[in-house]
Design a protein around this ligand. Structure first.
Ligand code: ADP
Length: 969
């Protein structure tokens, strides 16, 4: 080995082996010293063995390749002599470079390519040779009594230790960099504060100069000060001739004063007393007050009044000029102003420190809450599968044993006499597995079966399926997705996927409905799980560019008879490529609404694929959405699968089947996987003829909301930040602010909020009914006994006092909009203090309503997923919904859905109703409002429960990643 190494070193090859080869050389000394069974020097060979030992049979001693080195060298030499070699390289290179449109290659380029290829071949053969030698070494070790698995584990542990050391070094480097950044930021802040202090002092100086010009030491027959010479902190007597101005007849005289052109506002307030002067030279009715001269005063400013500040009517303000007295014995002016500047600087620094400290505390708390939620959600997710499969421990640790428990009675293997477990790691790529293991009965009396395995240190994921026989038969592979559970604490990380969304709506730059929210927030969530995400988006003229960071021209290409300029920027931290075709298709001032929308978006989809191809992108997944980017699915299969984008798979998501069913059906045919935005909606549309042939690849994954965008603890549109700890305080403040802003009566009344597009899908007739019902005063309303209340017997009648209702909605259809304008006018005149209908799209106001309302009503006729009920819960508002689609999957009725909630490891969280008529809405709304009146404590704890539930992307993003992986199989 040593001679081989030196030979390779002389060829310069070893330098090109991966870093881990260097690492294994570094390790040699330590291994020889620490491994009790390692008597001979080892190194390179062992590292290479790790990946290959399982697959290859170790050669017996003496059976090794005869003179491997010379065989390899000869092979390398032979390659260059092969008759077709050059032509072969030329052919391959044109495939490799074809996508960059390189058609003609010069002779020298071809030679260079040939050279490259030969070099690669040489390296490949040498690597193989090292592996062969390494195996031989291992075989020797095994023969000498070294257990192979033990040996591999030993290596992994060594690698782990080395990685930990590297991680510590990296962390230290990052800490130092952070420290450097901090010092620089501090320097910049000091600089900025000094500048500001200077500027403000200068401004004050100018203002004060004007006051100083007006200042005098006394005004004949009006006022004077004794003694004549005084300075800051002195006590002086200020005399005033009451008869000199409008206060001649006032019973009391007060001085309201300040200093240095009122710099600190009102800081001197004293009552004057009659001076009873006998001195004839001082004509008039003289009064005086003792005044302490403010410490830094250059000039004293004041007015006289007939009472204290809160009780004065008459003033003598020196004909609106106020009175100004010079302070004679002050510090020299320059010294004074330099001190002033210093004081101002210290004040700014202190303000900055306090602000930064508060921000740091808030950020830390936000991050902590987010991490806790994530951890809780993962645990709940693992527990929620318990009736089929779970592990002990629940969190699988790399390097430790794990027991898998499986309950076949809830799967396709129900009743099979035997169940076999076939597992591996790292999405089936690990060297261990998938060896079948027969499962035995778990000895806890349940119907679960169990089996155990040791989790290797380099695992990041455990994968398994179950079968009825050792060699196969019927499988439970979780409907084709396989079972995958994350492994923590290992030394290997999951390689990132590259996902490209092609979409025409995106929050907040061009949001029309929920689709826009989903594109942005799903991308962010997947990116947070360490995958790479890009979005391709039309460069509309109506984009809100203030939300686009680092927008730069990227490139331009020609396609479809026009030039297409490409811009790149970041939106909410996600990379976005903006396509700007010069034919004006996206210069229409709108996202949708043109007669040729289908053509515009069809063009965009094709242009996006062309951009990927010409740009040399090789994404793992193309994700397209609804009818508008459905064409990606078939255009890709028609034109691009065999031309450069071979490894790419297409995932298509239906957000709403109501629009463009034709395009959706065609996309379903061509997509590798399809999803829709909740399980119930997936079931509801399963019978539709455009969906039904494709059910085998169709999955329902509920949407999440972005916890950073919708976060009552960090929301600039609400008055008091809150978490579940201070939900009542936060919601009370938001309700008061909402009532004030909308001119509603300020009172603690139950408030129902509705935030919606006003279309038939959203249940317009139910919305109207609910508004009227909410406004009915003192109605006798039938309610059901509330679970969790110890007060009701059977059915009770409750008489309500008033309630309030706020609707924020906009209708694309002018007839519906008019209808609501009329309703608004009518209600504002009859119930002005209790109803407000705001008929626009207003995102900031929506935040305040989510926070200030007690209930958010969503009576949709159909609802693929719905985000409003999820946002409501994040803000501690109780959802009242119709049982359909995603509303059914996310809202669990406090009276009727306890078990269904428990299956998801959740508490019930709202009120729901069946049917699409008035009694349905009444049934849910009445129970909700009576809960508010009858059981405030219970109701308040419900708000807290809602806020602690996780309706973010934490769980759905994991499901999407599973789906992306299954699309790649
Ligand atoms: P859809 O996409 O069918 O409109 P979703 O419930 O999926 O319904 O998403 C609606 C989104 O639009 C939510 O984020 C909601 O807050 C917002 N929204 C709806 N109407 C308005 C409005 N008038 N003003 C502000 N935001 C609105």
């Amino acid at each position: 080995l040593a001679s081989l190494e030196s030979q390779y070193n002389s060829n310069g090859f070893l330098h090109q082996i991966t870093a881990s080869a260097d690492f294994s050389r570094k390790k040699q000394g330590r291994m020889a010293a620490s491994g009790p069974k390692s008597s001979s020097p080892r190194g390179l060979g062992r590292r290479t063995t790790v990946g290959s030992a399982q697959k290859k049979t170790p050669k017996k001693n003496g059976e090794k390749d005869s003179n491997a080195t010379s065989t390899v060298t000869n092979e390398v030499l032979e390659i260059s002599k092969l008759p077709g070699a050059k032509a072969d390289v030329e052919k391959q290179s044109s495939v490799v470079f074809g996508e960059r449109n390189v058609l003609d290659r010069s002779e020298t380029e071809v030679d260079a390519l040939l050279e490259l290829k030969l070099k690669a071949e040489r390296e490949n053969l040498r690597r193989k040779e090292i592996e062969a030698l390494a195996e031989e070494t291992l075989a020797r070790d095994v023969k000498n009594g070294m257990d192979k698995v033990e040996f591999e584990n030993f290596l992994l542990e060594e690698k782990w230790r080395e990685q930990e050391k590297l991680a510590k070094e990296e962390a230290e480097r990052e800490r130092q960099e952070e420290e450097k950044r901090r010092i620089e930021a501090r320097k910049a802040a000091i600089e900025a504060d000094r500048e500001q202090a200077k500027a403000e002092t200068q401004k004050r100086r100018e203002m004060l100069h004007q006051a100083l010009e007006k200042a005098v030491v006394s005004a004949r027959n009006v006022w004077y000060i004794e003694p004549k010479n005084f300075k800051g902190e002195d006590k002086v007597k200020l005399y005033y001739n009451k008869r000199s101005g409008p206060l001649a007849n006032a019973k009391e005289i007060w001085i309201h004063g300040g200093f240095n052109s009122w710099v600190d506002g009102l800081s001197i307030v004293e009552k004057l007393v009659d001076a009873e002067l006998k001195d004839d030279s001082k004509n008039g009715d003289w009064w005086f007050a003792e005044v302490i001269v403010p410490v830094r005063a250059l000039v004293i400013d004041w007015v006289f009044a007939d009472g204290p500040p809160e009780g004065a009517f008459l003033y003598d303000n020196n004909s609106r000029k106020d009175f100004h007295a010079l302070v004679p014995l002050t510090t020299p002016e320059e010294a004074y102003w330099s001190e002033e500047e210093d004081r101002m600087f210290r004040k700014l620094q202190e303000e900055r420190r306090l602000k930064e400290e508060a921000m740091r505390v808030k950020m830390e708390k936000t991050a902590r809450l987010k991490a806790e939620t994530k951890e809780r959600t993962l645990k709940m997710f693992l527990l929620s599968q318990k009736d089929v499969v779970y592990t002990e421990p629940l969190e699988i640790q790399a390097g430790s044993p794990v027991t898998v428990l499986y309950n076949p009675s809830n799967t396709v293997l129900n009743g099979k006499p035997e169940v076999w477990f076939r597992g591996s790691f790292n999405r089936w790529t690990h060297r261990l597995g998938p060896l079948p293991q027969k499962m035995e009965a778990a000895d806890d009396g349940s119907s679960h079966l169990k089996t155990s395995a040791k989790v290797p240190l380099d695992a990041y994921m455990m994968d398994f399926v179950f079968s009825e026989k050792e060699d196969g038969g019927m499988f439970d592979n979780k409907d084709g997705l396989d079972y995958h559970l994350p492994v923590v604490g290992g030394i290997a990380k999951e390689p990132p996927l590259h996902i490209v969304h092609i979409a025409v709506e995106m929050a907040p730059i061009a949001k029309v409905g929920g689709l826009g929210d989903v594109v942005t927030s799903l991308s962010r969530a997947v990116q947070e799980l360490s995958h790479n995400v890009d979005i391709i988006f039309p460069k509309y003229d109506c984009i809100k560019y203030n939300f686009v960071k680092d927008l730069q021209f990227n490139r331009s290409y020609h396609w479809g008879g026009t030039e297409i300029k490409v811009w790149h920027g970041k939106v909410e931290g996600v990379s976005v490529y903006f396509l700007d075709p010069q034919n004006g298709l996206f210069q229409r001032g709108c996202v949708y609404g043109c007669a040729d929308d289908a053509g515009r978006f069809g063009f965009f989809c094709h242009a996006a694929l062309e951009f990927l191809l010409q740009g040399g992108f090789h994404p793992d997944i193309l994700h397209c959405h609804d009818w508008s980017s459905a064409p990606v699915s078939w255009l890709f299969k028609d034109h691009y699968t065999h031309y450069g984008l071979i490894k790419t798979r297409v995932v298509f998501t239906i957000h709403n089947l109501e629009f463009g069913a034709g395009a959706i059906g065609k996309a379903m045919t061509f997509a590798d996987k399809a999803t829709t935005v909740s399980r119930t909606y997936a079931k509801e549309v399963a019978g539709n003829s455009v969906i039904s042939p494709h059910l085998y690849k169709f999955h329902g994954i509920v949407n999440g909301i972005d916890p950073d965008i919708w976060d009552p603890y960090n929301d600039n549109f609400i008055p008091v930040p809150y978490t579940s700890e201070n939900v009542l305080e936060g919601k009370r403040a938001a309700k008061e602010e909402l009532q004030k802003r909308l001119g509603l009566k300020s009172a603690d009344l139950p408030l129902v909020g509705i935030i919606t597009r006003l279309t038939h899908q959203k249940g317009i007739h139910l919305i109207k009914h609910a508004i009227r019902r909410t406004l009915e005063r003192n109605g006798q309303v039938l309610t059901q006994p509330l679970k969790g209340l110890v007060m009701n017997f059977f059915t009770i009648f409750t008489s309500f006092s008033s309630k309030q209702v706020v609707l924020l909605g906009s209708a694309p259809d002018p007839r519906i909009q008019n209808d609501f304008v009329n309703l608004a006018n009518q209600l504002h005149s009859t119930h002005g203090d209790r109803a407000r209908l705001v008929l626009t799209y207003d995102e900031p106001l929506s935040h305040l309503i989510y926070a200030g309302a007690d209930f958010i009503l969503v009576p949709s006729i159909f609802e693929p997923c719905g985000l409003t009920q999820l946002i409501a819960m994040r803000y501690g508002s109780v959802p009242v919904v119709r049982k359909t689609g995603g509303l059914y999957d996310t809202v669990f009725d406090v009276d009727h859905d306890k078990e269904r909630a428990q299956a998801q490891v959740l508490e019930p969280n709202g009120f729901s109703f069946d049917g699409a008529d008035a009694p349905g809405v009444d049934y849910a709304l009445n129970r909700a409002i009576s809960a508010w009146y009858d059981g405030r404590e219970w109701f308040n704890s419900l708000c807290k429960t809602l806020m602690e539930q996780d309706w973010s992307w934490n769980r759905p993003a994991l499901e999407y990643i599973e789906l992306y992986h299954s699309a790649r199989k």
